[in-house]
Design a protein around this ligand. Structure first.
Ligand code: ADP
Ligand code: MG
Length: 654
């Protein structure tokens, strides 16, 4: 069954090499019951680990079941180990947070051995623990724990069982139970190799091998036990046992089960690592929603400004409130407006306007508001087509008709819930009729853009405000690309008309480009969105680092578990997948909770503050994909680290 020749293993501690095994040659037949004895440090465990495929020798050959194994790869060793060898350790090495039954069934994951569902239960029954299936290791005595470990070593029905000082941590009563179980196993045909330094145990076996300083000192068969004859009823060996090929989906399902198991059994740790990602995702959702809300309200305002517009204003030549005097244009006239329209090629329409304040009265209601006198083109140029009623036309403007189009605030303050259309009211004691209601534009900074009454320009200039000049001229340009040209031409025109010093003209009147304002506004909202998005990204990354930290700590904390899983046959990939899935499940769950939290926070914020906030499906997908990604990226490193551990070193880890 086992044939080793000239096996050597040297550990280097600092500068001094320690020969743990020094040319060991040994043969163990099928069905033997062997005790390896010797003083501490003589190389017993090292030999055992090499025999158990947990470690590889530096030199020498090892034939297991007739096959040379000393040069197999790590994964090949893992598979062979899980299918042929059962291990019993001095420290039991049970998973602390799993039940006895789960512990016994653990190796099945890695061997794909087709055992019946109650095989684990049956084995626990055989070691006298049929009534302790759901107990956790901490709820069992030392002897009972070791019996669980023995049941676990038998789950794959192995032809070989190794036990490294299985009774080292036990009282004599438990010791007796363990040795009896091992004896029964051997009687059933299993080859048992046991490391011990207790002579009573040695005396119960059929062969005692004594070691000293890495060498075999003596090898004797115990007198009253002849070499085993023909094997008892059950023939053991690879051939008689069934292993499934292990489908990908079954394997993944198992990894998921293991990951979930360890998440659930470490609730606090899982919640803590979830928290980081949760807050990050919630922040992303809320920030993006606020950014989108801000952007859409800016866009509404932009639309209310009208497009392709230039505004010509006089008397902008004020520096710190002092007029620059003679060279400044202080008043624009209707002729200026006409001139601009006729002489500047790229201009399509103009609308001069005057403004003033007015006291308005309707029945017993009083209100002070802004009066704007404008041309009939104002409605389409300034996105002010009435939401109900109509705008005035050129004829009404020429006839100085007393008609008014009023803003929503005026409707509210004067007419309340009544329909204002057709009603008569007074502006500065002059009677006007309401013919239309302006579309709602909302507040622009501190100014309420709906607190306004629009009347025909001529009515305003001649009847109401008594002005013979205009305050500003709205100029519509044919195409947005012509805005700059038009702006220059208008500047030259005004300069010529008023014979301005070219060096002064910039300051004496002003052509404001609405596109500039729009650009500035959308630039601001873009900056805001970026700012919010970067804050959100930072919180996500911080959340990710949190996950990585906890994963790293968890890997360190669970080094023994990893060692055990590997000793039971887990391949690198198995460990990697388990930890990766754990990280992903944690981060995706955190992400999902974060999405709903972010949604709630956004909703509450927009309710409480009145800010516009728009949760887009894009931001949800982004946050979700990002959190899963963070789980993978930040889980990968610790998972990789865990998967690369050597099983023996990992098992020794304190
Ligand atoms: P035993 O099980 O007989 O007490 P071991 O096989 O554990 O002895 O150890 C044999 C020798 O190898 C000891 O001198 C020990 O110090 C040394 N040794 C074992 N493992 C390591 C290791 N990982 N690194 C360095 N030295 C080791
Ligand atoms: Mg030892």
């Amino acid at each position: 069954m086992i044939q080793i020749t000239n096996l050597s293993k040297t550990y280097v501690m600092g500068d001094t090499p320690v020969k743990a095994l020094d040319g060991v040659t040994l043969t163990i037949e099928k069905g033997e019951f062997v005790a390896i004895m010797g003083p501490s440090g003589s190389g017993k465990s090292t030999l055992m680990h090499i025999l158990g495929l947990l470690d590889v020798p530096d030199e020498g050959s090892y034939k297991l079941l007739g096959e040379e194994v000393s040069h197999l790869s790590e994964d090949e060793l893992a598979l062979l180990r899980s299918r042929t060898i059962g291990f019993i350790f001095q420290q039991f090495n049970l998973l602390a947070r799993r039940s006895a039954l789960q512990n016994v069934a653990l190796p099945l994951i890695y061997s794909n051995f087709q055992a019946s569902d109650d095989h684990a239960q049956e084995l626990l029954g055989q070691v006298g623990l049929g009534n302790r299936l759901d107990h956790k290791p901490s709820e069992l005595s030392g002897g009972q724990q070791q019996r669980v470990a023995i049941a676990r070593s038998l789950i794959n029905d192995p032809p070989l069982v190794f036990a490294d000082e299985p009774t080292g941590n036990l009282d004599s009563a438990s010791e007796e139970e363990i040795i009896q179980i091992l004896t029964r196993l051997n009687e059933a045909g299993i080859t048992v190799v046991i490391v011990t330094h207790e002579p009573e145990i040695g005396a119960r076996t059929k062969r005692i091998i004594r070691m000293r300083d890495g060498k075999i000192q003596s090898d004797e068969r115990v007198e009253h036990h002849p070499l085993p004859g023909p094997l008892p009823s059950r023939e053991r060996g690879k051939e008689s046992r069934k292993f499934s090929s292990g489908s990908f989906f079954k394997e993944m399902a198992e990894h998921f089960r293991q990951a979930f198991g360890s998440i659930v059994s470490n609730k606090i740790r899982s919640i803590l690592s979830m928290l980081g990602i949760l807050i990050g995702v919630a922040a992303v959702i809320a920030m993006l929603a606020l950014g989108a809300g801000a952007k859409s309200s800016v866009e509404t305002q932009l639309a209310s400004l009208g497009s392709n517009l230039l505004v010509l204003r006089p008397g902008a030549a004020r520096t710190q409130g002092v007029s620059l005097g003679a060279a400044a244009v202080s008043r624009l006239t209707l002729e200026d407006a006409r001139d601009v329209k006729q002489n500047v090629e790229s201009v399509s329409r103009v609308s001069p306007s005057v403004t003033g304040r007015g006291q308005v009265v309707y029945l017993d209601k009083n209100w002070s508001t802004q009066i704007q006198g404008v041309g009939p083109d104002y409605a389409s140029m300034r996105a002010s087509e009435p939401s109900s009623g109509r705008f005035f036309d050129e004829e009404e403007n020429q006839k100085r008709a007393r008609v008014a189009v009023i803003g929503k605030t005026i409707v509210r303050e004067l007419f309340g819930t009544n329909n204002p259309l057709g009603e008569y009211f007074k502006i500065n004691k002059v009677l006007f009729q309401v013919i239309g209601v302006l579309p709602e534009k909302g507040a622009n900074g501190f100014r309420d853009q709906d607190d306004v009454i629009v009347i025909p320009l001529n009515t305003a200039m001649r009847r109401l405000l008594g002005k013979d000049y205009v305050d500003s001229i709205d100029i519509e340009v044919k195409d947005a690309s012509l805005l700059d040209t038009a702006q220059n031409e208008i500047q030259e025109l005004v300069q010529r008309r008023y014979r301005l010093d070219p060096n002064q003209q910039q300051k004496s009147f002003e052509v404001r480009n609405m596109a500039d304002i729009q650009a500035a506004l959308s630039e601001t909202s873009k900056t805001l969105s970026w700012l919010l998005a970067s804050i959100a990204t930072i919180s996500l990354v911080v959340g990710g680092i949190g996950i990585m930290n906890i994963m790293l700590v968890s890997v360190t904390e669970r080094t023994r578990e990893i060692g055990l899983r590997k000793a039971l046959g887990a391949k690198r990939r198995d460990i990697l997948m388990q930890f990766l899935i754990e990280a992903m499940v944690v981060s995706v769950t955190g992400g999902l909770i974060g999405v709903s939290l972010g949604w709630t926070v956004t909703y509450l914020m927009s309710k409480l503050s009145g800010w516009a906030a728009i949760v887009s499906s894009g931001s949800i997908i982004l946050a979700f994909v990002f959190s899963a990604g963070i789980g993978i990226v930040f889980g990968l490193w610790p998972a990789k680290k865990a998967s690369q551990l050597n099983p023996i070193q990992a098992l020794r880890h304190e």
